[in-house]
Design a binder for this molecule. Structure first.
Ligand code: ISE
Length: 343
Protein backbone atom coordinates (compact mmCIF):
# COMPACT_ATOMS: atom_id res chain seq x y z
CA UNK A 1 0.00 0.00 0.00
CA UNK A 2 1.39 3.45 -0.87
CA UNK A 3 1.88 5.79 2.00
CA UNK A 4 -0.58 8.66 2.41
CA UNK A 5 1.05 12.07 1.76
CA UNK A 6 0.87 14.29 4.85
CA UNK A 7 0.26 17.82 3.58
CA UNK A 8 0.53 21.17 5.37
CA UNK A 9 -1.03 24.43 4.22
CA UNK A 10 0.72 27.73 4.94
CA UNK A 11 -1.67 30.69 4.96
CA UNK A 12 -5.34 30.79 5.84
CA UNK A 13 -6.49 33.40 3.34
CA UNK A 14 -8.85 32.79 0.43
CA UNK A 15 -6.65 30.20 -1.30
CA UNK A 16 -5.46 28.44 1.89
CA UNK A 17 -9.11 27.94 2.80
CA UNK A 18 -10.02 26.80 -0.70
CA UNK A 19 -7.27 24.15 -0.82
CA UNK A 20 -8.27 23.00 2.69
CA UNK A 21 -11.89 22.61 1.57
CA UNK A 22 -10.73 20.49 -1.36
CA UNK A 23 -8.81 18.22 1.03
CA UNK A 24 -11.85 17.98 3.29
CA UNK A 25 -13.91 16.88 0.28
CA UNK A 26 -11.32 14.16 -0.32
CA UNK A 27 -8.10 14.10 -2.35
CA UNK A 28 -6.94 10.56 -2.97
CA UNK A 29 -3.51 9.67 -1.58
CA UNK A 30 -3.17 12.65 0.74
CA UNK A 31 -4.37 14.05 4.03
CA UNK A 32 -4.22 17.61 5.30
CA UNK A 33 -2.46 17.30 8.68
CA UNK A 34 -1.28 20.79 9.43
CA UNK A 35 -2.13 24.49 9.01
CA UNK A 36 0.18 27.45 9.66
CA UNK A 37 -0.56 31.15 9.93
CA UNK A 38 0.78 34.04 12.03
CA UNK A 39 -2.85 34.39 13.01
CA UNK A 40 -2.89 31.18 15.05
CA UNK A 41 -6.57 31.58 15.87
CA UNK A 42 -7.42 31.47 12.15
CA UNK A 43 -5.00 28.55 11.69
CA UNK A 44 -6.66 26.61 14.53
CA UNK A 45 -10.14 27.32 13.23
CA UNK A 46 -9.24 26.15 9.74
CA UNK A 47 -7.38 23.09 11.08
CA UNK A 48 -10.35 22.15 13.30
CA UNK A 49 -12.83 22.61 10.47
CA UNK A 50 -11.03 20.08 8.29
CA UNK A 51 -9.66 17.73 10.98
CA UNK A 52 -5.96 18.70 10.63
CA UNK A 53 -4.11 17.93 13.88
CA UNK A 54 -1.17 20.37 13.91
CA UNK A 55 -1.19 24.15 14.03
CA UNK A 56 1.89 26.37 13.62
CA UNK A 57 2.42 30.11 14.03
CA UNK A 58 4.68 30.25 10.97
CA UNK A 59 5.36 28.41 7.74
CA UNK A 60 9.01 28.01 8.73
CA UNK A 61 8.06 26.12 11.92
CA UNK A 62 5.80 23.82 9.94
CA UNK A 63 8.46 23.13 7.31
CA UNK A 64 11.06 22.38 10.01
CA UNK A 65 8.69 20.27 12.14
CA UNK A 66 9.22 16.95 10.38
CA UNK A 67 5.44 16.46 10.58
CA UNK A 68 4.63 17.12 6.90
CA UNK A 69 5.71 15.37 3.68
CA UNK A 70 4.74 18.27 1.38
CA UNK A 71 3.51 21.85 1.67
CA UNK A 72 1.08 24.17 -0.06
CA UNK A 73 2.18 27.81 0.13
CA UNK A 74 -0.80 30.14 0.11
CA UNK A 75 0.73 33.00 2.10
CA UNK A 76 0.93 36.55 0.62
CA UNK A 77 3.01 36.79 -2.59
CA UNK A 78 6.12 38.28 -0.99
CA UNK A 79 6.57 35.16 1.18
CA UNK A 80 6.28 32.65 -1.69
CA UNK A 81 9.96 32.45 -2.67
CA UNK A 82 11.45 32.50 0.87
CA UNK A 83 9.08 29.73 2.02
CA UNK A 84 9.69 27.68 -1.14
CA UNK A 85 13.46 27.93 -0.56
CA UNK A 86 12.98 26.80 3.04
CA UNK A 87 10.93 23.79 1.90
CA UNK A 88 13.61 22.93 -0.68
CA UNK A 89 16.19 22.97 2.15
CA UNK A 90 14.18 20.18 3.75
CA UNK A 91 13.63 18.35 0.44
CA UNK A 92 9.85 18.87 0.64
CA UNK A 93 7.67 19.01 -2.49
CA UNK A 94 5.85 22.35 -2.76
CA UNK A 95 2.69 23.55 -4.44
CA UNK A 96 3.28 27.30 -4.37
CA UNK A 97 0.45 29.65 -5.25
CA UNK A 98 1.20 32.00 -8.15
CA UNK A 99 3.32 34.05 -8.61
CA UNK A 100 6.44 32.14 -7.54
CA UNK A 101 7.74 35.60 -6.63
CA UNK A 102 6.90 39.19 -7.52
CA UNK A 103 10.48 39.71 -8.82
CA UNK A 104 12.49 37.67 -11.31
CA UNK A 105 15.49 37.80 -8.97
CA UNK A 106 13.65 35.93 -6.21
CA UNK A 107 12.08 33.45 -8.66
CA UNK A 108 15.52 32.79 -10.19
CA UNK A 109 16.91 31.89 -6.74
CA UNK A 110 14.26 29.16 -6.49
CA UNK A 111 15.04 27.79 -9.97
CA UNK A 112 18.77 27.71 -9.17
CA UNK A 113 18.21 25.90 -5.86
CA UNK A 114 15.87 23.33 -7.41
CA UNK A 115 18.43 22.70 -10.19
CA UNK A 116 21.18 22.19 -7.58
CA UNK A 117 19.02 19.61 -5.83
CA UNK A 118 18.31 17.87 -9.15
CA UNK A 119 14.72 17.02 -8.19
CA UNK A 120 11.36 18.31 -9.41
CA UNK A 121 10.09 19.65 -6.12
CA UNK A 122 8.33 22.87 -7.11
CA UNK A 123 4.93 23.14 -8.75
CA UNK A 124 3.44 26.62 -9.19
CA UNK A 125 -0.32 27.05 -8.93
CA UNK A 126 -1.12 28.35 -12.40
CA UNK A 127 -4.36 26.41 -12.23
CA UNK A 128 -5.70 27.65 -15.58
CA UNK A 129 -3.48 24.98 -17.15
CA UNK A 130 -5.96 22.47 -15.64
CA UNK A 131 -9.13 24.34 -16.68
CA UNK A 132 -11.22 22.43 -19.25
CA UNK A 133 -11.83 25.68 -21.17
CA UNK A 134 -8.16 26.61 -21.62
CA UNK A 135 -7.25 22.96 -22.31
CA UNK A 136 -9.87 22.86 -25.09
CA UNK A 137 -8.52 26.13 -26.56
CA UNK A 138 -5.01 24.70 -26.69
CA UNK A 139 -6.14 21.40 -28.19
CA UNK A 140 -8.06 23.26 -30.90
CA UNK A 141 -5.09 25.49 -31.71
CA UNK A 142 -2.69 22.54 -31.78
CA UNK A 143 -5.01 20.65 -34.16
CA UNK A 144 -4.21 23.26 -36.84
CA UNK A 145 -7.90 23.32 -37.90
CA UNK A 146 -7.98 27.12 -37.87
CA UNK A 147 -4.53 27.92 -39.24
CA UNK A 148 -1.94 29.95 -37.38
CA UNK A 149 -2.60 32.04 -34.30
CA UNK A 150 -2.36 35.71 -35.28
CA UNK A 151 -3.58 37.55 -32.19
CA UNK A 152 -5.33 36.92 -28.89
CA UNK A 153 -7.53 39.10 -26.71
CA UNK A 154 -7.99 38.39 -23.02
CA UNK A 155 -10.07 40.02 -20.33
CA UNK A 156 -9.52 39.48 -16.62
CA UNK A 157 -11.92 41.24 -14.28
CA UNK A 158 -12.26 40.95 -10.53
CA UNK A 159 -15.25 42.22 -8.54
CA UNK A 160 -13.17 44.02 -5.95
CA UNK A 161 -9.47 44.76 -5.60
CA UNK A 162 -7.43 43.68 -2.60
CA UNK A 163 -7.46 46.81 -0.35
CA UNK A 164 -3.64 47.01 -0.08
CA UNK A 165 -2.85 46.25 -3.72
CA UNK A 166 -0.76 48.46 -6.00
CA UNK A 167 -0.72 49.06 -9.78
CA UNK A 168 2.27 46.72 -9.96
CA UNK A 169 0.25 43.97 -8.18
CA UNK A 170 -2.34 44.14 -10.97
CA UNK A 171 0.43 42.83 -13.25
CA UNK A 172 2.36 40.51 -10.91
CA UNK A 173 -0.65 39.04 -9.06
CA UNK A 174 -3.59 39.16 -11.51
CA UNK A 175 -2.26 39.65 -15.06
CA UNK A 176 0.35 37.00 -14.28
CA UNK A 177 -2.30 34.37 -15.11
CA UNK A 178 -2.51 35.58 -18.73
CA UNK A 179 1.26 36.10 -18.81
CA UNK A 180 1.53 32.37 -18.01
CA UNK A 181 -1.34 31.01 -20.08
CA UNK A 182 -0.90 32.95 -23.35
CA UNK A 183 2.57 31.64 -24.26
CA UNK A 184 1.35 28.20 -23.03
CA UNK A 185 -1.50 28.44 -25.56
CA UNK A 186 0.59 30.02 -28.34
CA UNK A 187 3.53 27.66 -27.86
CA UNK A 188 5.78 30.69 -28.14
CA UNK A 189 7.50 32.83 -25.47
CA UNK A 190 6.73 36.52 -24.94
CA UNK A 191 9.58 38.64 -26.28
CA UNK A 192 8.36 42.25 -26.09
CA UNK A 193 5.78 44.08 -23.97
CA UNK A 194 4.10 47.44 -23.44
CA UNK A 195 1.91 48.62 -20.57
CA UNK A 196 -0.88 51.21 -20.89
CA UNK A 197 -2.96 52.88 -18.20
CA UNK A 198 -5.49 55.20 -19.81
CA UNK A 199 -8.57 56.67 -18.20
CA UNK A 200 -8.68 55.49 -14.59
CA UNK A 201 -11.78 54.32 -12.80
CA UNK A 202 -12.82 56.69 -10.02
CA UNK A 203 -13.90 53.71 -7.93
CA UNK A 204 -10.35 52.87 -6.92
CA UNK A 205 -7.69 55.41 -6.09
CA UNK A 206 -4.84 53.20 -4.87
CA UNK A 207 -3.98 51.77 -8.27
CA UNK A 208 -4.45 52.35 -11.98
CA UNK A 209 -7.53 50.43 -13.02
CA UNK A 210 -8.08 49.09 -15.65
CA UNK A 211 -4.72 48.34 -17.29
CA UNK A 212 -3.86 47.14 -20.78
CA UNK A 213 -0.96 44.72 -21.20
CA UNK A 214 0.32 44.38 -24.77
CA UNK A 215 2.56 41.43 -25.52
CA UNK A 216 4.27 40.09 -28.63
CA UNK A 217 5.44 36.49 -28.88
CA UNK A 218 8.44 35.06 -30.71
CA UNK A 219 6.23 34.29 -33.77
CA UNK A 220 5.18 37.95 -33.94
CA UNK A 221 1.61 37.22 -32.75
CA UNK A 222 0.16 40.09 -30.70
CA UNK A 223 -1.74 39.56 -27.44
CA UNK A 224 -3.88 42.13 -25.64
CA UNK A 225 -4.85 41.67 -22.00
CA UNK A 226 -7.19 43.97 -20.14
CA UNK A 227 -7.05 43.60 -16.38
CA UNK A 228 -9.65 45.41 -14.28
CA UNK A 229 -9.51 44.58 -10.60
CA UNK A 230 -12.47 46.71 -9.46
CA UNK A 231 -15.03 45.70 -12.08
CA UNK A 232 -17.93 45.39 -9.60
CA UNK A 233 -20.32 43.40 -11.78
CA UNK A 234 -18.73 39.94 -11.57
CA UNK A 235 -15.65 37.75 -11.93
CA UNK A 236 -15.14 37.57 -15.66
CA UNK A 237 -12.31 35.82 -17.51
CA UNK A 238 -12.35 35.75 -21.31
CA UNK A 239 -9.92 34.66 -23.96
CA UNK A 240 -10.26 34.83 -27.73
CA UNK A 241 -7.72 33.37 -30.16
CA UNK A 242 -7.73 35.09 -33.55
CA UNK A 243 -6.55 32.49 -36.07
CA UNK A 244 -6.21 32.59 -39.86
CA UNK A 245 -9.59 31.00 -40.57
CA UNK A 246 -11.51 31.28 -37.29
CA UNK A 247 -11.89 33.01 -33.97
CA UNK A 248 -11.88 30.55 -31.07
CA UNK A 249 -12.87 31.67 -27.59
CA UNK A 250 -13.72 30.55 -24.13
CA UNK A 251 -17.49 30.48 -23.88
CA UNK A 252 -18.81 33.47 -21.97
CA UNK A 253 -20.73 30.70 -20.23
CA UNK A 254 -18.05 28.07 -19.65
CA UNK A 255 -20.59 25.29 -19.38
CA UNK A 256 -17.73 22.80 -19.29
CA UNK A 257 -16.97 23.82 -15.74
CA UNK A 258 -19.44 23.35 -12.90
CA UNK A 259 -21.02 26.37 -11.24
CA UNK A 260 -19.99 28.71 -13.99
CA UNK A 261 -21.80 31.76 -15.29
CA UNK A 262 -25.12 31.11 -16.89
CA UNK A 263 -25.94 33.01 -20.07
CA UNK A 264 -29.65 33.35 -20.74
CA UNK A 265 -30.58 34.52 -24.23
CA UNK A 266 -34.12 35.84 -24.13
CA UNK A 267 -36.26 38.74 -25.43
CA UNK A 268 -33.59 39.90 -27.89
CA UNK A 269 -31.01 40.09 -25.12
CA UNK A 270 -28.35 37.97 -23.52
CA UNK A 271 -28.14 38.00 -19.77
CA UNK A 272 -25.16 36.67 -17.89
CA UNK A 273 -24.82 35.83 -14.25
CA UNK A 274 -21.29 35.85 -12.91
CA UNK A 275 -19.49 34.24 -10.01
CA UNK A 276 -18.20 36.62 -7.35
CA UNK A 277 -14.58 35.44 -7.64
CA UNK A 278 -12.24 32.87 -9.17
CA UNK A 279 -12.98 29.95 -6.83
CA UNK A 280 -16.25 28.80 -8.43
CA UNK A 281 -15.03 29.68 -11.95
CA UNK A 282 -11.87 27.59 -11.59
CA UNK A 283 -13.14 24.99 -9.05
CA UNK A 284 -12.56 22.06 -11.41
CA UNK A 285 -9.07 23.35 -12.25
CA UNK A 286 -8.10 23.70 -8.58
CA UNK A 287 -9.29 20.16 -7.81
CA UNK A 288 -7.51 18.68 -10.83
CA UNK A 289 -4.33 20.60 -10.00
CA UNK A 290 -4.37 19.40 -6.38
CA UNK A 291 -4.97 15.75 -7.30
CA UNK A 292 -2.21 15.86 -9.92
CA UNK A 293 0.21 17.50 -7.47
CA UNK A 294 -0.50 14.96 -4.70
CA UNK A 295 0.13 12.05 -7.08
CA UNK A 296 3.35 13.59 -8.44
CA UNK A 297 4.67 14.96 -5.11
CA UNK A 298 4.92 11.44 -3.72
CA UNK A 299 7.45 10.69 -6.53
CA UNK A 300 9.08 14.15 -6.25
CA UNK A 301 7.99 14.92 -9.82
CA UNK A 302 6.30 17.86 -11.53
CA UNK A 303 2.70 16.91 -12.33
CA UNK A 304 2.00 16.43 -16.04
CA UNK A 305 0.90 19.76 -17.53
CA UNK A 306 1.65 21.85 -14.42
CA UNK A 307 3.79 25.00 -14.25
CA UNK A 308 7.36 24.42 -13.06
CA UNK A 309 9.52 26.90 -11.14
CA UNK A 310 11.17 27.75 -14.47
CA UNK A 311 7.78 28.41 -16.14
CA UNK A 312 6.92 30.67 -13.21
CA UNK A 313 10.27 32.46 -13.47
CA UNK A 314 9.55 33.10 -17.16
CA UNK A 315 6.16 34.68 -16.33
CA UNK A 316 7.68 36.84 -13.59
CA UNK A 317 10.34 38.06 -16.04
CA UNK A 318 7.54 39.17 -18.41
CA UNK A 319 5.58 40.74 -15.54
CA UNK A 320 8.67 42.68 -14.44
CA UNK A 321 9.16 43.93 -18.03
CA UNK A 322 5.55 45.17 -18.02
CA UNK A 323 6.13 46.95 -14.71
CA UNK A 324 9.26 48.52 -16.23
CA UNK A 325 7.09 49.77 -19.13
CA UNK A 326 4.57 51.08 -16.54
CA UNK A 327 7.37 53.08 -14.89
CA UNK A 328 8.60 54.41 -18.28
CA UNK A 329 5.49 55.94 -19.80
CA UNK A 330 4.41 52.76 -21.58
CA UNK A 331 7.69 52.36 -23.50
CA UNK A 332 8.34 49.09 -25.35
CA UNK A 333 10.49 46.73 -23.23
CA UNK A 334 12.44 43.77 -24.62
CA UNK A 335 11.95 40.67 -22.44
CA UNK A 336 15.15 38.85 -21.42
CA UNK A 337 15.25 35.06 -21.64
CA UNK A 338 15.33 32.75 -18.62
CA UNK A 339 18.97 31.89 -19.42
CA UNK A 340 19.94 35.56 -19.51
CA UNK A 341 18.32 36.12 -16.10
CA UNK A 342 19.93 33.03 -14.59
CA UNK A 343 23.41 33.83 -15.98
C1 ISE B 1 -6.01 36.12 -7.37
O1 ISE B 1 -4.87 36.03 -6.54
C2 ISE B 1 -6.07 34.94 -8.29
O2 ISE B 1 -5.17 34.17 -8.44
C3 ISE B 1 -7.22 34.94 -9.20
O3 ISE B 1 -7.25 33.81 -10.02
C4 ISE B 1 -7.14 36.19 -10.04
O4 ISE B 1 -8.25 36.26 -10.90
C5 ISE B 1 -7.11 37.43 -9.17
O5 ISE B 1 -7.00 38.57 -10.00
C6 ISE B 1 -5.92 37.37 -8.22
O6 ISE B 1 -5.89 38.51 -7.39
Amino acid sequence: MTKELKVGIIGTGVMGQDHARNFAAGIQGARLVSVADVNTKAAKELADSVGAEHVFASGEEMIDSGLVDAVIIAAPDRFHAPLTLRALDKGLPVLCEKPLAPTAEEAAAVVKKERELGEELVTVGFMRRFDPGYLALRERLDSGADGALLMSHSIHRNVEAHPDGTSEDTVTNSGIHEIDIIPWLAGSPITRVEWKGGRPSTLITKRQDPQLLLMEDANGALHTVEVQVQAQYGYDVRCELVCETASVELPRVPSLVEQNPLMVSKDLAAINSYPADWRPRFAAAYRAELSAWVAAAAQKKLPEGAASAEDALRSTIVANALVESMHNDGATVEVPSVDEVLA
